[in-house]
Design a protein around this ligand. Structure first.
Ligand SMILES: [Zn+2]
Length: 446
């Protein structure tokens, strides 16, 4: 058995498939960028000419797949809190972005996010922000797997003067990464309230022709749905359906304001829901009826959203919140179980990306995107149920090791592909400049 190059020996192994399985005394052997096999410990210890890594106290899981983020917005963490979505966007976020977003802003903000994401166990990032070409480069050099959806919005931004320019730049970027093994480029129309029907129509045609993912904020609040009905006579999801934008490559992000008919429409078209519970709670936007979606067979993945509205990029925190509010939303403590939340953070994310055959579980032949999470702290003991402790008792800071395509990116808590001190120092340097912009905005609203 010398075909393996690395063998990992955790205390617990949660492969996700089959559902509910927690293995002890088992090891995982890696073969290049793939998972070679799951082997009983005694046998695994006999594998010669491979590096053996002991992971005492740890559970080994597939890496987390964060289906919705705006990485560079990490520089706006804590910048404008405690206000509703539209005031937050119109009074603070959009004017600040107009003034401050630049290649440097996106580089430093993306690096800050990537450091937090890697240390939190995210191995695949789905991002949506201006200058996606910069975020793509930073993800690539950090070894992260990523789908970068280029933003499409009708107003002029620091990145592009109109929607057509967004599309032209995005398509050129998609072309540049056509053969990349970890980076993919998709379409990111912001929402049905900020992108015209004719642009959405164009996106539908191009995305179909290119078989590319489409990622859109949808039905985040009741007001969004009401305004849409007033504007065009259709709910946002029905508008997407009419335009041919709803299908198995569509990510409907948020989906808080949902009726039964909307759930049927999602199921009918095989579109995915991306649930961002902490952002939705913080902006007071609403709570997605996740258990009802799952019961209807709709795939629900999990995203952190950006740090400006969360304010963390921790998939463990997100899974915990999803499970807790899922129960309140449904009025049922059995709703959105710990297992459901863990699946949403892993396999469901892979399925939303059309990568269910490659990612999201620990199975022979899949890509070696793996994380080891320390479960030995006082707050995680005793270990009656590892998955319960993982979802309900974690702080989010327990991820110690991470591999992406077999490459070690976090080793015993230390980043291997980014200089943590450099990243955090660059982030701090933005404080005074951004603080001055915020003061001027506060002043102008008085
Ligand atoms: Zn968002």
């Amino acid at each position: 058995m010398s075909e393996y190059d690395t063998v990992l020996h955790p205390d617990f192994l949660v492969p996700i498939v089959p559902r509910g399985q927690v293995l002890t005394a088992h090891s995982v052997a890696l073969n290049g960028d793939h998972i070679g096999a799951i082997i009983p410990r005694a046998e695994a210890q006999k594998v010669v000419s491979a590096a053996h890594i002991d992971l005492p106290g740890c559970v080994l899981l597939p890496g987390f797949i964060n289906l919705h983020c705006h990485a560079a917005m990490s520089l706006l963490r804590g910048y404008a809190d405690d206000m509703p979505l539209m005031s937050w966007l119109q009074r603070y976020i959009w004017p600040t972005e107009q003034k401050m977003v630049s290649p440097d802003f996106v580089r430093d903000g993306s690096d800050l996010a990537i450091a937090e994401l890697l240390k939190g166990g995210t191995t695949t990032l789905v991002d949506n922000y201006y200058f996606p070409e910069i975020t793509a480069e930073q993800c690539d050099s950090a070894g992260l797997r990523a789908l970068l959806n280029f933003p499409i919005i009708d107003v002029e931004t620091a990145w592009a003067r109109d929607a057509q320019t967004c599309i032209n730049r995005g398509l050129a970027l998609r072309d540049r990464y056509r053969d990349h093994d970890r980076i993919e480029i998709g379409f990111g129309p912001h929402s049905t309230y900020s992108v015209s029907e004719s642009t959405l129509n164009q996106v539908a045609m191009l995305a179909e022709e290119l078989d590319a993912p489409v990622h859109i904020h949808l039905q985040e609040t009741k007001e969004e749905v009401l305004n849409s009905v007033e504007r065009c006579g259709l709910r946002p999801i029905d508008l997407l359906q009419k335009l041919g934008l709803l299908g198995p490559r569509t990510h409907c992000v948020h989906m808080n304001a949902l009726g039964e008919q909307d759930i049927e429409t999602l199921a009918l078209h095989g579109a995915h829901v991306v649930h961002c519970p902490r952002s939705n709670l913080k902006l007071g936007s609403g709570i997605s009826p996740v258990q009802r979606l799952l019961d209807r067979g709709v795939n629900v993945a999990l995203g952190t959203d950006g740090a400006a509205s969360n304010n963390r990029l921790s998939m463990l925190a997100e899974a915990q919140t999803a499970s807790l509010i899922g129960k309140v939303q449904q009025g049922d403590p059995q709703a959105v179980s710990a297992w459901s939340a863990l699946e949403m953070a892993t396999l469901s994310g892979a399925q939303a990306l059309g990568q269910g055959h490659q990612l999201g579980s620990i199975e022979s032949g899949k890509l070696a995107d793996l994380i080891a999470v320390d479960m030995s702290g006082a707050h995680q003991l005793p270990q009656h149920d590892v998955v319960s402790n993982l979802i309900y008792a974690s702080s989010g800071n327990e991820v110690l090791w991470s591999w992406i395509g077999g490459r070690l990116v976090v080793r015993d808590g230390e980043l291997q592909t980014l200089d943590y001190n450099d990243v955090t120092q660059r982030a701090m340097q933005w404080s005074s400049q951004l603080g001055a912009v915020r003061s001027s905005l506060e002043h102008s609203h008085k």
